[in-house]
Design a protein around this ligand. Structure first.
Ligand SMILES: Nc1ncnc2c1ncn2[C@@H]1O[C@H](COP(=O)(O)OP(=O)(O)O)[C@@H](O)[C@H]1O
Ligand SMILES: [Mg+2]
Length: 317
């Protein structure tokens, strides 16, 4: 490990396609993740935003090796995660964890909260006495008192259950947590509490997060860097302040315009963005069929342009 490097995770040209149709003569694939590259520093939150089906969860699952990549590299603490020795693999598993969207389905209903939070410690062979201390510490760090440990998930509210999922995710003191839509199933006020908690864990424990959400508003509240994804491709990436202040890619502009002006009730739905009916093209810009700016030259794939500290996939920037 290079202790001087600020980079915790580096993803290079990561690609994944899924088989969607198979006949005798032909196999059809869907590109879920297409040549995605980014880095995440220690003690930072990188937000991945994009509409449903854009490949966000697939990126998270690839990084955690829950599914196999097709192409590209994933480097964690200077090591290629596909070339780890058995011992290194164990360390990787210990130093990475995940929080999912729906705590109703991600927590085992037959386990008490104590067992749920304790399980990763058992898997990693931590002795019983240390386990007890760590479980209590984790549940408190997640903002619940230890009386919750004797209860079952069904006794808890949605926000409390998500705190339990967070306690379980931090109990082994990981360096990276992949949070896949962790607030999407929660009410707005509870969402804010969970966002605050994630910020606190970043600041106080130095944990880095890959924070996945379809909601640019939420991503904007806690990310240092963001990455805007459309059909498996990065449209724009850079630091959160400059992207929110001055989006450069037409898709990022549309995402920002669909945010509620000042009241959640007025929230516009991404699905209500007017579709532009233009034919799909092979080999051109992936946003061509929906882009309000598209011209002839967009039938050729744009290259990533570096502008200040940003990268943008568009002919018009
Ligand atoms: N195991 C799979 N088999 C086939 N298609 C898949 C599989 N997993 C994901 N996909 C497809 O890949 C695309 C991206 O999915 P996903 O990463 O879940 O998107 P997101 O998290 O942004 O909503 C979707 O079109 C989805 O249907
Ligand atoms: Mg998803």
């Amino acid at each position: 490990m290079d202790s001087h490097s600020p980079t915790l995770l580096k993803v290079e040209n990561l690609s994944k396609k899924f088989l969607i149709k198979k006949s005798l003569f032909k196999k059809e694939y869907f590109k879920a993740v297409d040549s995605v590259s980014f880095s995440l520093n220690y003690n930072q939150v990188l937000g991945i935003v994009g509409e449903s089906g854009s490949g966000k969860s697939t990126i998270g699952r690839l990084i955690l090796k829950l599914i196999e990549k097709d192409e590209g590299k994933i480097i964690f603490e200077g090591k290629d995660v596909y070339k780890l020795s058995g011992r290194e693999e164990k360390v990787f598993r210990k130093e990475t964890s995940v929080i999912f969207q729906d705590p109703r389905t991600s927590l085992n209903p037959r386990y008490k909260i104590y067992q749920i939070v304790e399980e990763p410690l058992v898997v990693h062979g931590i002795n019983k006495k240390d386990r007890e201390k760590k479980v209590v510490k984790a549940i408190e760090d997640a903002g619940l008192d230890s009386s919750f440990l004797d209860r079952y998930p069904s006794d808890l509210s949605g926000g409390q259950r998500q705190r339990v999922a967070i306690a379980r995710a931090i109990v082994l003191q990981p360096k990276l947590i992949i949070a896949d839509e962790p607030t999407s199933a929660l009410d707005v006020s509870i969402q804010l509490q969970i966002i605050k908690l994630i910020k606190k864990l970043k600041e106080e424990k130095g944990i880095s997060f890959l924070f996945i959400s379809h909601d640019l508003n939420v991503v904007g509240m806690l990310s240092d860097q963001i990455l805007v994804l459309y059909r498996g491709k990065i449209m724009e990436k850079g630091d959160v302040k400059s992207i929110l202040k001055k989006p450069l890619h037409p898709y990022t502009k549309i995402l920002l315009e669909s945010l509620p002006p000042n009241h959640p009730k007025e929230k516009k739905d991404l699905r209500s963005i007017p579709e532009i009916y233009r034919e799909e093209i092979e080999g051109g810009c992936v946003f061509y069929s929906r882009c309000p700016l598209a011209k002839q030259k967009c039938k050729k794939e744009p290259e990533y342009k570096k502008i200040d500290n940003r990268e943008v996939y568009c002919h018009f920037v």
